[in-house]
Design a protein around this ligand. Structure first.
Ligand code: NI
Length: 172
């Protein structure tokens, strides 16, 4: 297994729409293993392939990323087939460091996809899991959680990033 580099906003790869996979193969298994290791190392509770610079429709997640209770899941070509209710939870993202904001999403989702063996599976999620699934699937469509906050908050965040990037380039 290997740690992968996580792309950070404003890396344009994060805006790319990821391609669906036709079949699973050994290189995909390796990618999924590396994504899980990278997610735990970060640490985070979800990661999409887009975030490691691979525009493929693959996500991994684990709501209990601590050593003792680890139970990683992956979904290939995930698709939300049912959604209901509304909830607002605070979100962060490994590609949007040092920023958190509340995001309104569906409270319950049913997601269909393939597991690592290429078998069709369905996952129902509510609460944090519902948010994580929607957040990660958004990544596959080139959408970040900061695209779902108010325009004012987003503008403030973008300004902060630009200032930071400017300071970094002045320092080097
Ligand atoms: Ni994210």
């Amino acid at each position: 297994m290997a740690l992968l580099e996580i792309c950070k906003y404003p890396d344009p790869v994060l805006q790319k729409k990821a391609k669906p996979l036709k079949e699973t193969d050994p290189s995909l298994e390796k990618l999924i293993e590396d994504m899980i290791e990278t997610m735990y190392h970060a640490p985070g509770i979800g990661l999409a392939a887009t975030q490691v610079g691979k525009p493929l429709r693959v996500i991994v997640f684990d709501l209990n990323p601590r050593e003792e209770g680890r139970n990683p899941s992956c979904l290939i070509n995930p698709e939300i087939i049912e959604a209901e209710g509304e909830q607002t939870l605070e979100e962060g993202c490994l590609s949007v460091p040092e920023y958190f904001s509340e995001v309104k999403r569906k409270a319950k989702v049913k997601v269909r996809g393939l597991n690592i063996q290429g078998k069709a599976v369905e996952i129902c999620g509510e609460g944090v899991l519902a948010t994580v699934l929607q957040h990660e699937i958004d990544h596959l469509d080139g959408i970040l959680f900061i695209d779902r906050i108010s325009a004012l908050k987003r503008a403030l965040y973008k300004k902060r990033v630009q200032k930071k990037l400017k300071n970094q380039s002045e320092a080097t």
